[in-house]
Design a binder for this molecule. Structure first.
Ligand code: DGL
Length: 283
C-alpha cells in the first residue's frame, strides 16, 4: 500500500487492487487496452471513450486540455491507481500539466520515431498523425531530434479517426482517404511508417495491402505496456492477484456519447476487441 500526496490534490491512498484508468478521445485507445489486458491479466481496467468530443485532432489545445482534465478527474474519482493517456494528441498537449497535478503514475503515448529511424534501411520514415499532433511543438521537437539521422515525413490524416468512430473503417470513403495519404508516403519513398495515433493500428492490414509487406509499421502498444508495468512496479502497485472479493480482473467501459447511440458504439467496441462488452454512459 502506498500513500501519495501532492500539495494541490487530496491525500490519495493507493493499493494494488485498484483499477488502471485508460482513456482516449474515442475507441483508439482500445488498441492499447487489448495489449495491457493480455500482458497484465490481473489488472482491472476502466476505459473511457470521450466519444462525444471525438475527434480531438481538429480541436484547439485549450479544449483538449479541458477534456483531458475532466476525464482524468472521473478516473481518479473511480479510484484508479494509474492512468494511461491512450491518445497521442492528448499526450503531446496535456500530459505535462496532468503530471503536475496528480501523483499517480501517468503513462502517455508518443510515436515510435526512434525505433523507426533505427529500423529504416533507406533512412526515410513517415509518421501518420492527427492534425493537432502534426502541429504540436512537443511533437515537432521530438521529430527534430531525429532529423539528422533520417528524412522524416509527417503526414496528417484528417478524417480517418472520425470514420473509425462512425464504424466506417471498411467503407470505400475510408479506403479512398487512406490511399491518398499513403500515396504521399510512397512519394517520399519511406520504408518505415510510424503510427502516431492510437486509432491507426486498426488498419495496419490495409496499409500492408496497399504498400506491400516490405513496409515496416511501428506502433506503441508494447512499449506503453512495458512502461506501465515498470511504473506499477516502481510505485509498488502491480497487482499479482485480483482481490478476494472479485476473484478476477474487472473491465469496465464508459462513453460520453449520449445514451441513444450507445448501442452502436458498444457493438463497435465489442467488434474491435473481439469480445462482447457492456458500455456505460458517463455524464
Ligand atoms: N487516438 C487519438 C490519438 O492517438 C486520436 C485523436 C483524435 O481524436 O483525433 O491521437
Amino acid at each position: 500500500m502506498l500513500d501519495i500526496q501532492k500539495p494541490s490534490t487530496n491525500k490519495i491512498i493507493l493499493n494494488t487492487n485498484q483499477p488502471i484508468g485508460i482513456f482516449d478521445s474515442g475507441v483508439g485507445g482500445l488498441s492499447l487496452l487489448s495489449n495491457i489486458k493480455k500482458q497484465l491479466p490481473n489488472e482491472s481496467l476502466i476505459y473511457i471513450a470521450d466519444s462525444l468530443y471525438a475527434p480531438y485532432g481538429d480541436k484547439s489545445d485549450n479544449f483538449i486540455i479541458e477534456r483531458v482534465n475532466y476525464i482524468t478527474k472521473q478516473l481518479v474519482n473511480k479510484n484508479c491507481k494509474a492512468l494511461v493517456l491512450a491518445c497521442n494528441t492528448a499526450t503531446v498537449i496535456a500530459i505535462n500539466q496532468l503530471r503536475e497535478r496528480y501523483s499517480i503514475p501517468i503513462i502517455g503515448v508518443e510515436p515510435a520515431i526512434k525505433p523507426a529511424v533505427i529500423n529504416s534501411k533507406n533512412k526515410r520514415i513517415a509518421i501518420l498523425t492527427t492534425q493537432a499532433t502534426a502541429k504540436n511543438q512537443r511533437f515537432l521537437a521530438l521529430v527534430d531530434k531525429y532529423k539528422a539521422n533520417a528524412q522524416v515525413h509527417i503526414q496528417p490524416c484528417q478524417g480517418l479517426v472520425e470514420l473509425i468512430e462512425n464504424n466506417q473503417l471498411h467503407s470505400p470513403k475510408f479506403n479512398l482517404l487512406l490511399t491518398g495519404y499513403l500515396n504521399e508516403v510512397l512519394n517520399k519513398s519511406a520504408d518505415t511508417i510510424v503510427l502516431g495515433c492510437t486509432h491507426y493500428p486498426f488498419f495496419t492490414d490495409k496499409i500492408k495491402a496497399l504498400l506491400g509487406n516490405e513496409i515496416t509499421i511501428m506502433e506503441t502498444s508494447q512499449p506503453v505496456t512495458d512502461q506501465l508495468k515498470r511504473k506499477l512496479i516502481e510505485y509498488q502497485l502491480l497487482c499479482n492477484k485480483p482481490s478476494s472479493f472479485t476473484d478476477k480482473a474487472q473491465y469496465q467501459f464508459f462513453t460520453t456519447q449520449p445514451i441513444q447511440v450507445n448501442n452502436e458504439q458498444s457493438e463497435l467496441i465489442s467488434s474491435l476487441l473481439n469480445s462482447p462488452i457492456t458500455l456505460h454512459y458517463l455524464l
